[in-house]
Write a protein that binds this ligand. Structure first.
Ligand code: ATP
Length: 158
């Protein structure tokens, strides 16, 4: 089944804006409205909540979180960028493992089990999608989710 992703993303972003009034969540969408995505709404919502929770949790005093939805080739891409503590290069792939947390001492004070990203990855992989991390330590982190998309044919009226 395919869904229209934009209103799902807008709803979650709106909730975070209300939850964290001191932070700025900037949402930019460049998808055509015909773009449909292969995932259940509640799963896209859950993945986005996990990623925004992390962006807030590891923001380290920065106040901007950027959310982008766009089309990359045939795919739908959702990315969340924060300007917080970042992730060391050697940990970029491990953060998706169950119970893995970067620098135990540093992240212990933030609570958490090291489960969020492994759950997000499992959900995305279930739809044959991918999730990946890129970061510059101490500068920014971007988590990108890619899922299969379809452009709905507009039926021409004779
Ligand atoms: P929880 O189980 O509550 O989600 P968690 O945040 O520790 O706890 P994950 O979401 O799986 O678990 O993240 C794994 C680790 O990746 C985190 O402990 C943190 O070290 C690192 N991490 C995740 N997102 C970010 C981010 N946006 N910026 C910096 N580090 C991050």
């Amino acid at each position: 089944d395919f869904i229209e992703p934009v209103h799902v993303v807008e709803d979650v972003v709106k909730k975070f804006t209300l939850l964290y009034p001191s932070l700025t969540f900037k949402y930019e969408n460049s998808l055509k409205s015909e773009m449909k995505v292969a995932i259940a709404e509640r799963h896209l919502e859950q993945v986005l909540i996990i990623l925004l929770d992390n962006a807030v949790k590891y923001s380290n005093g920065s106040t901007t979180v950027e959310i982008v939805t766009e089309q990359i080739q045939d795919h739908f891409a959702l990315s969340i960028k924060d300007y917080g503590i970042g992730i060391p290069k050697e940990d970029l792939e491990k953060v998706f493992d169950r119970f893995y947390r970067v620098d135990k001492a540093r992240s212990r004070e933030k609570g958490g089990q090291g489960l969020g990203l492994s759950i997000a990855k499992r959900m995305v992989n279930n739809y044959k999608g991918t999730i990946s991390a890129d970061s510059e330590e101490g500068e920014w982190t971007i988590i990108t989710v890619k899922l299969n998309g379809v452009i709905e044919e507009i039926t021409q009226q004779e």
